[in-house]
Design a protein around this ligand. Structure first.
Ligand SMILES: Cc1cc2nc3c(=O)[nH]c(=O)nc-3n(C[C@H](O)[C@H](O)[C@H](O)COP(=O)(O)O)c2cc1C
Length: 312
């Protein structure tokens, strides 16, 4: 192929526009032999919190008609172990792939503490802030659903780090564009959208919810139209604001054509999550399909397609 797939975004150079989404690729080590993330644009780690977390009671994953529900509950090794053990391994194996660490907290202070610690490490290229986490002090409302919380988390982390800060927004709000604007005003260098949508599956024979927690987050092909609409809406809003903040499209991307939908809606990069559970090599295949599309259509660089659906 030999095509140049490089995407410049947030001052970084991505060797191709496909990244693996947080929580669906662990710390890069679980699938490395089958899908080395070094061939991708980047790895977004599982969300890291200050303390180690075991997560929610099982079962934590169940398949649905066009996707899956998960209630992992931010299970992770915790900040200390991540910095001491996981991050060095990731950096050693990353090659040209960018290392993006996804962080969260249950208070603004925790976000800032974790962000500052991770952001001071040279192995890290960018931080992704998971705003889909419940704010314990504000009655467990998601940070991402409250403009003031979004502003405090993003500006708090922004002040502590020199790296690009990506705000990962939740679609579970009335107006995602206004929350995107708050994140940008607070200093976000890019926006990732979307995280999962709330859902539930009931076991009819047992007459109770399947997941241990009852509710879970819906992901996979079922949410792609929601994600594409969010990217389109936020891109449109930014054009009106005259803001030039890149968008990373996430949600139900299983093939190159799915990724193209997001790119045409306004995404500069994409992340692949649930598709890796169906086929661990999906992210690499998607990158290849995008390159083949560009070659067939005579497009010099995939970035030339970003937002083109807005011209109609
Ligand atoms: C099993 C599982 C675990 C996830 N864990 C996280 C997480 O720790 N942090 C986060 O920001 N998003 C997490 N997500 C959300 C994904 O990163 C992504 O935003 C979402 O699944 C939509 O993309 P997809 O349809 O390609 O999976 C998780 C998703 C799944 C399926």
């Amino acid at each position: 192929m030999g095509l140049n797939q490089t995407v410049r975004c947030m001052g970084l150079s991505f060797q191709n526009p496909v990244l693996v989404a947080s929580g669906t690729f662990g710390y890069g080590d679980e699938c490395y032999d089958i899908m080395p993330f070094s061939s991708l644009g980047g790895l977004v780690t599982k969300t890291i919190t200050a303390a180690r977390r075991e997560g929610n009671p099982p079962p934590r994953i169940v398949e649905t008609d066009a996707g899956m529900l998960n209630s992992i509950g931010l299970a992770n090794v915790g900040l200390e172990c991540f910095l001491a053990e996981k991050l060095p391994w990731i950096a050693q194996h990353a090659g040209l792939a960018k290392v993006i660490v996804n962080i969260a907290g249950f208070s603004v202070d925790e976000f800032v503490e974790v962000g500052a610690a991770v952001g001071s490490r040279p192995e890290v290229d960018a931080l992704e802030i998971n705003l889909g986490c419940p704010n314990v002090r504000a009655g467990y409302i998601h940070f991402g659903a409250d403009p003031e919380s979004v502003r405090r988390v993003i500006s708090g982390v922004r002040k502590k780090v020199n790296l690009p800060v990506i705000a990962k927004l939740t679609p579970n709000v009335t107006d995602i564009a206004s929350l995107a604007e708050v994140a940008i005003d607070a200093g976000a260098d890019a926006l990732s959208l979307i995280n999962t949508l709330p859902g539930m599956k009931i076991d009819v024979a047992e007459r109770r919810p399947v997941l241990g927690m009852g509710f879970g987050g819906l992901s996979g092909p079922a949410i792609r139209p929601v994600g594409v609409a969010c990217v389109y809406k936020v891109c449109q809003h930014m054009q009106r604001m005259d803001a030039q903040v890149p968008i990373i499209g996430i949600g139900g991307i299983s093939c190159g054509t799915d990724a193209l939908e997001y790119i045409l809606a306004g995404a500069s990069l994409v992340q692949v999550g649930t598709a890796s559970f169906v086929h661990p090599q999906a992210p690499g295949n998607i990158a290849r399909e995008l390159a083949e599309y560009c070659e067939t259509e005579g497009i010099g660089n995939i970035s030339d397609l970003v937002g083109l659906a807005h011209q109609h």
